[in-house]
Design a protein. Structure first.
Lengths: 258, 257
């Protein structure tokens, strides 16, 4: 970590749904140009963490800062301005099925009225090329694409407006191992090309090892371990060891009959 | 006193829903008037509501007019008051049946589609994706639909009024043997501007109700396919009930003196 203001700074973030506490004092920083991957089991609040940063959910307590600016409880206008720094790849791709692929990719540009439609289409096609898709794909509708192609289009959409921070929500879930690796390579390549910081959540260790500079483990609403990717095998943390080796026995007890 | 508990629960739930709905409506209206605007989205919804609902609303109107002429004739013939048929047809259509039937048809056609589309967008994270692309879903999805409902349902009802009166005319002239000229003359004599205007105001309110219910239930749907199904049902049922309820309230405001 350098001394500069981190891109994203979270401290003591709490979020509960009714009596169910999901985030319980979460602390995490993402540095400029850094790729941080948060690992953790299903239902540990990884997605909730992302949604709190994006403003889709309002955290109950704590601090979330983007470029040193507090983003908890800001106005809708400020939120839209902050969100322009973000790109987000959703787990389910979340493409707009009423729009053709190129309009999906160019959506953010068109919405901000930064460019005209013709120019937006050209940008969309270059972004599609960056993720290995042809001009012809741009004319199709999302429903006509395979899962892997939808993920790529979603990736192109996430980077279309040249974001400063990109969020990846389970980027490889639901893909075959080869396509998963293709997506991982694209993520590494593209975040480097765009020079963006990245915050990803996943439970796919192969993916985490490939795209992360640092890995953080989320358990029971707290970050229980964080360190450089190469140190994850020597973390000395029994929770991390159990998770990365995928053992059923260990300190983490899965609630099978919840 | 355990039987009071469900009563209390129900009342609280009802008030909470009314509150949420009011806040949703207020925020949606605020987004209609404040920029940025999405004219393409508004236009698309206007075509969807105004143009593609025409066949179903037109068919409803022509049969309503025809049956009205037939029914009122058999009723009035007992008092030798057949001359009132034209009067009954034109007033019933413009004041009541035009707006109410068109409203109910649009609720079934458009309100259901809106709830299903928005509900699916909610459960597949497309509404969240809009937010991350600096686009407020209330502005991009809800506001254009409300605006289109508010403006296009009156247009639909205006056309339905004409078709409905024409349906009555067809039955009166070709089946019941009225003189065409006399029938049209008495239709024209009885009709006052406020009959049509009151119907069009109702139509605007119904259009707002239908699109608001479609958007509200779709926007707040949760769960998977089941949640979207429930949202669609709730949108149509609540819109239909509110249409009949507001129909009475508006009639009271216009005509009870």
């Amino acid at each position: 970590m350098n001394d500069a203001v981190p891109k994203i700074h979270m401290s003591g973030v709490r979020k509960a749904f009714g009596s169910k506490v999901v985030l319980d004092g979460l602390d995490l920083d993402v540095g400029v140009g850094e790729s941080v991957v948060v690992i953790g089991g299903s239902g540990t609040g990884k997605s909730v963490m992302l949604k709190c940063i994006l403003g889709l959910l309002e955290a109950d307590a704590g601090t979330i800062q983007v470029d040193g600016e507090d983003v908890l409880g800001i106005s809708t206008g400020d939120r839209e301005r902050i969100n322009r720094k973000f790109g987000m790849l959703f787990q389910s791709a979340a493409l707009f099925d009423s729009l053709p692929v190129w309009e999906n990719v160019a959506f953010g540009l068109l919405a901000q009225k930064r460019v005209g439609r013709a120019e937006a289409k050209e940008i969309a096609i270059t972004k599609l090329a960056q993720v290995g898709l042809t001009r012809e794909v741009g004319e199709l509708f999302p429903a006509e694409l395979s899962g892997g192609m939808q993920k790529r289009v979603a990736l192109a959409r996430a980077i279309a407006a040249d974001p400063e921070i990109i969020f990846f929500d389970e980027p490889t879930t639901g893909l075959d191992p080869i396509m998963a690796d293709v997506i991982n390579d694209l993520i590494v390549k593209i975040t480097r090309e765009v020079g963006a910081s990245a915050l990803s959540i996943t439970h796919d260790m192969a993916s985490a090892r490939k795209i992360a500079d640092r890995i953080a483990m989320l358990f029971q609403g707290k970050i229980i371990w964080v360190g450089p990717t190469r140190e994850i095998d020597q973390s000395g943390n029994p929770y991390v060891d159990q998770f990365i080796h995928g053992r059923a026995e260990g300190p983490i007890q899965m609630a099978v009959r919840a | 006193m355990n039987f009071l508990q469900p009563v209390g629960h129900l009342s609280l739930a009802l008030l909470a829903t009314a509150g949420r709905l009011t806040l949703f409506a207020g925020s949606a209206v605020a987004h209609v008037v404040r920029p940025p605007y999405y004219p393409r989205m508004v236009l698309r919804q206007m075509v969807e509501i105004g143009y593609y609902s025409l066949p179903v609303v037109g068919l409803t109107a022509i049969f309503a007019g025809m049956v009205l002429a037939l029914q009122s004739y058999t009723g009035f013939a007992r008092f030798s008051a057949e001359g009132a048929v034209a009067n009954v047809v034109v007033l019933s259509i413009t004041r009541e049946l035009g707006p109410v039937l068109a409203g109910l048809m649009v609720a079934g056609r458009v309100g259901a589609a809106m709830a299903a589309e928005m509900g699916t967008m909610r459960v597949t994270e497309q509404l969240d994706a809009l937010t991350t692309l600096s686009t407020n879903p209330m502005k991009y999805m809800v506001a254009p639909r409300l605006l289109a409902g508010l403006t296009m349902v009156p247009v639909l009802v205006f056309i339905a009024d004409i078709i409905g009166v024409f349906g009555g005319y067809l039955v009166a002239v070709y089946k019941l043997g009225f003189n065409a000229g006399n029938y049209l003359q008495s239709t024209y004599d009885f009709l006052k501007t406020e009959d049509v205007v009151s119907g069009l105001v109702k139509a605007g309110v119904f259009g707002f109700i239908v699109t608001l219910m479609g958007c509200y239930h779709g926007y707040h749907s949760r769960g998977g396919a089941q949640g979207v199904g429930a949202a669609t049902t709730n949108a149509v049922v609540s819109a239909s009930i509110l249409i009949l309820c507001f129909d009475y309230i508006l009639t009271e405001m216009f005509f009870a003196r």
